[in-house]
Design a protein around this ligand. Structure first.
Ligand code: FES
Ligand SMILES: [Fe+2]
Length: 353
C-alpha cells in the first residue's frame, strides 16, 4: 500500500492465496451476466448452463414456468446430484436422466419410480434456487448476492435505457474469446481508463474527439463516454438525457466486478472477464446488434485490433509489476477515478483498505 486511500497494490493479485479467496469472497457473491432470453421466452422453455464457467462452475437451469415467470435452479438433482436438464428445450416437467426423479417448472419434486417412502417427495426434495433477474434482452444470476441487482443495473439503464435494448439480437458469427496471460485485475484496470487511447489505439483515437472524453463513477459501475470525431458514427441523445448535445461514439460501461457493456451505434458488445489463474484471464466477447443496423466504422468498428493493442500493454504491465523493485503510485485524478473505485471495492473484499 502506498498510503493513498482506495489504492490496492495490484501485486496482491499475483498471490495465489489472495486470488483464490476472491472466488468465494467476491465472485460467489456477485451478480453475473448469463446470456440472453431468446431461447427462454416461451412457457416451459429451459436452458442448462454454467454460472461463470471455468471459475465458479455452478450448474444452473433456467426454466420459464407456465405462469411466465423465469426461475433458476441448481441443475443438480435432489436425489444424488445428477444434472436434471441438458442443453435447451421446452417442457412442463423434467425427469432426471439418472433415476428418473421428476420435477415441475417450480422445481417441485413430483416423485420417483420405484421409490415409496414416508414423507417423499417433500419440500426438501425440490430443486434448490439461484437468485436471478431479467432485464431484456439479458438475464443475470448469482449464487449468494452481496448487493441488489436493481441498484447495480440502475446507472446503466438510466443512461442507455432509452435505446431499444430489448430488441438487440446476438451476432453469433462474431462471438469470440480471448485468453491473456495476465491478471484479470490488470485487464479491468486497463479497461477503466481512456488515457492510453491516443498512444495505444491510433485507429480508435482517429474516430474520437479525445479532448472531450469523459467519465462518470457510480457505486458499483463506471462509465466512459467517447465523443465522436467529425463525420464518425454517433448517437445523438434526446433532450433531457444527461449527454444531450454530445455526439456519443460509445458508452463504455463496467459493472463490478467483471462485466463490460460497450454501447455503439450499431449495438452492444458484451464482455465477460473470467479469472483462470493469478496470471491468466479469459474474456468472452458477445456482440448484439440493434434492429436494422450493420457493423460499420467508428469507435466500435475494429474491436479485435483494439483488443490486441490492449492485451500487448497488459502483458507488459504484468511483467513490470511482478518486479521486486516496482511500487504502486496513487491513481491519477479524473482519468483514473474508475480504477480508484475498482480498487476500493477490491480492498473492501480483501480487507486491505
Ligand atoms: S440423481 Fe436424479 S434421480 Fe437419481
Ligand atoms: Fe484500450
Amino acid at each position: 500500500m502506498d498510503g493513498h486511500s482506495g489504492q490496492a497494490d495490484p501485486r496482491i493479485f499475483l498471490d495465489t492465496g489472495a486470488f483464490s479467496s476472491m472466488r468465494e469472497r467476491l465472485f460467489a457473491r456477485s451478480w453475473q451476466w448469463m446470456g440472453d432470453l431468446e431461447a427462454l421466452s416461451a412457457p416451459g422453455s429451459f436452458e442448462a448452463s454454467l454460472l461463470l464457467p471455468g471459475w465458479l462452475d455452478e450448474p444452473i437451469l433456467a426454466w420459464r414456468g407456465t405462469d411466465g415467470t423465469l426461475r433458476t435452479f441448481l441443475n443438480a438433482c435432489s436425489h444424488r446430484g445428477h444434472a436434471v436438464g441438458a442443453g435447451r428445450g421446452c417442457a412442463s416437467k423434467l425427469a432426471c436422466p439418472y433415476h428418473a426423479r421428476r420435477f415441475d417448472a417450480n422445481g417441485t419434486c413430483l416423485g420417483q419410480p420405484f421409490v415409496e417412502s414416508a414423507g417423499f417427495p417433500g419440500d426438501g426434495d425440490a430443486l434448490r434456487k439461484f437468485p436471478s433477474h431479467e432485464s431484456a434482452p439479458w438475464w443475470f444470476a448469482a449464487v449468494d448476492p452481496g448487493w441488489d441487482v436493481g441498484d447495480w443495473l440502475e446507472p446503466f439503464l438510466a443512461r442507455c435505457g432509452h435505446l431499444p435494448l430489448a430488441d438487440l439480437r446476438r451476432d453469433d458469427a462474431r462471438v469470440s474469446e480471448y485468453v491473456v496471460d495476465a491478471s484479470w485485475v490488470l485487464y479491468v484496470d486497463n479497461y477503466l481508463e481512456g488515457l492510453h487511447i491516443p498512444f495505444l489505439h491510433g485507429g480508435l483515437d482517429a474516430t474520437l474527439a479525445f479532448e472531450r472524453y469523459r467519465y462518470a463513477t457510480f457505486a458499483r459501475s463506471t462509465l466512459q463516454i467517447g465523443v465522436a470525431a467529425e463525420g464518425e458514427p454517433a448517437f445523438d441523445p434526446p433532450e433531457g438525457h444527461p449527454d444531450h448535445g454530445l455526439r456519443v461514439a460509445a458508452w463504455w460501461w463496467w459493472l463490478w466486478p467483471n462485466l463490460m457493456l460497450n454501447v455503439y451505434p450499431w449495438g452492444v458488445s458484451v464482455n465477460v472477464v473470467i479469472p483462470e489463474s493469478p496470471t491468466r484471464t479469459r474474456i468472452r466477447f458477445i456482440p448484439y446488434m440493434f434492429p436494422g443496423c450493420v457493423r460499420g466504422g467508428g469507435a466500435g468498428g475494429d474491436l479485435h485490433r483494439v483488443e490486441m493493442e490492449d492485451e500487448a500493454a497488459i502483458l507488459s504491465v504484468q511483467r513490470g509489476i511482478a518486479s521486486r523493485l516496482w511500487r504502486p503510485r496513487p491513481h491519477l485524478p479524473v482519468h483514473e477515478d474508475g480504477l480508484a473505485r475498482f480498487h476500493a471495492l477490491l480492498g473492501d473484499v480483501l480487507g486491505t483498505t
